[in-house]
Design a protein around this ligand. Structure first.
Ligand SMILES: O=C(O)[C@H](O)[C@@H](O)[C@H](O)[C@H](O)CO
Ligand SMILES: [Zn+2]
Length: 299
């Protein structure tokens, strides 16, 4: 049995760190700071962080097969060219809802980018309800709305056989499962997989591991939990030294390390003296399970 180690690997104070994904060939972690409108790329070996500022809050950033990234920022899907820092809009959503913005997103097994929206938060986890929707950006840059009536569209990932999409609307306090038609990208038959317990806070970002189990970051719950989708049961709890983990992904050598982004509490004046910084990025090793490499947008 290896022993689990949790460390604050990037001692920065991102307001809402989110959307982590590991780029194997660079050995870097891509993530965003939603509130500070930044896409960042961090090399844990050298400690170097590169970042690009965008003009709107950015909910998620994903890899693109042809190079660069796709971002879901403000109410737009856009390409981001890392070298010359140019952003090119591909499509707009929710044009009738000026207070909406994109939140979490991920590339599906076929290379489509699926991302959801929400009304801008009044304070953490408080929004005008039912304003969000879940959208798919296809490789030909067309956009389809999967469903609406979402409060805070958040974590998502797919089962290893691609037949199920796991999805979180944070304010339902649940992790849901939907049938996924991987040929078309259509979802159906949404049902609750796991209901969070009282002290587990809000479900936020999540990722699947190589055993088909889900790792869910619990915002205000100070933990990441592992769920078995077969049974709908929680099988592991990783207690963290911070209250607001936001999302997680596997990375590092052979995808054997879990990276967890977090959000910071602005009232904490003494953050610099703390070993564990709220808003920092955490690395968890010794879990004895590996993750899946992220997919890249095909268009
Ligand atoms: O990280 C995100 O996805 C949101 O934009 C956050 O603000 C939190 O998730 C939310 O407050 C709790 O669910
Ligand atoms: Zn989130």
């Amino acid at each position: 049995m290896s022993s689990i180690k949790i460390e604050c690997a990037l001692r920065e104070r991102y307001k809402i760190g989110e959307s982590p994904s590991w780029e194997e060939k660079e050995g870097t972690l891509l993530f965003v700071d939603i509130t500070d409108k930044m896409v960042c790329r961090w090399n844990p070996k050298t400690g170097e962080v590169q970042s690009i500022s965008l003009e709107a809050p950015v909910g998620s950033a994903v890899l693109r097969k042809s190079g660069g990234y796709i971002v879901a920022m403000g109410n737009k899907f856009a390409t981001l060219n890392w070298k010359d820092k140019t952003v090119t809009t591909l499509a707009c959503v929710d044009e009738d809802k000026p207070n909406n913005r994109f939140n979490d997103g991920k590339v599906d097994p076929e290379g489509r980018f699926v991302a959801g929206t929400m009304s801008q938060e009044i304070r953490p986890a408080v929004v005008e309800r039912s304003q969000g929707s879940l959208f798919t950006l296809y490789p030909d840059h067309s956009v389809v709305k999967n469903f609406d009536m979402v409060d805070i569209s958040n974590g998502l990932d797919w089962s290893l056989d691609y037949k199920t999409m796991y999805y979180i609307d944070s304010l339902t306090l649940a992790v849901d499962a939907l049938d996924y038609d991987v040929k078309t990208g259509k979802t159906s038959n949404r049902r609750t997989l796991y209901k969070l317990e009282k002290d587990e806070g809000y479900p936020d970002g999540m990722c699947i591991d190589a055993e088909g189990k889900l790792w869910v970051a619990c915002f205000n719950g100070g933990r990441v939990i592992r769920i078995d989708p077969e049974t709908g049961k929680r099988i592991q709890t990783l207690k963290l030294p911070i209250e607001r983990p936001t999302s997680c992904c596997f990375g590092g050598q052979d995808f054997s390390e879990l990276y967890v982004t977090s959000a910071c509490d602005k009232t904490d004046e003494n953050w610099n003296t703390h070993q564990y910084v709220a808003g920092g990025i955490y690395r968890i090793t010794g879990l004895g399970v590996k993750g899946m490499p992220p997919k890249a947008f095909a268009g």
